[in-house]
Write a protein that binds this ligand. Sequence first.
Ligand SMILES: [Zn+2]
Length: 222
Amino acid sequence: MDTSSSCPSTMSSSRHPWKKSSRSKPVSSLSLPLEGKSSKEGAWFDVHSILQHRVNETGEGEVEVSFKGFSSSNNEWLDPHASLRLQSKPCDESDCVLVLLGDLVLCFQETRNQSLHFDAEVVGVKRRRHDVRGCRCRFLVKFYHDGTQHCVPLGKISRRPETESRAHVSEQKRQTTEDEKSKVVFRHHPTPRPTVRSPAAGAPADPASRAAGFRSDARVMT
Ligand SMILES: [Zn+2]
């Protein structure tokens, strides 16, 4: 999150003297990383902690959150259902294939006045061959808050956790492909299996030599 840009709005509790929780310690220590949507710009910020909760004048629950990198004057009361969610994951090069047309993503928008993370939909994808510079693909995103479209590199996109299952599927496919490749190599260059010699007829089996043979097998198999 860009902490140098404009800050989340402050909703002073004195302006909203509704029922408040008496708890002074954070309600949640955030075992899961969360992000919260500021009511001021509609941008998402990483949540540092949930401080307290209350029921507002319309009978709905709210939580007061502090944002990472911002002072307490920027704390906000948020609707936990609409404005609080698991943190989005910044994309690295390997995430490129996981960003698909129609995805909801969190995207960094830079304008003359502010640079913030907003919800956006991927409305176009232009794939390019990756090289030493990494991912060179371009993604056309449409921001929900202002309807503008921007062509952005992967580095400005964060994936929603809902797409994480794709990463697991992709990893399984990659693993399967590597296994298949290793099988092909094995077929072309079969490792000779050591011959297990039977003790001579009538001769007592030697446990030590059997153990030595097993260790030898282990070396061959590795
Ligand atoms: Zn790419």
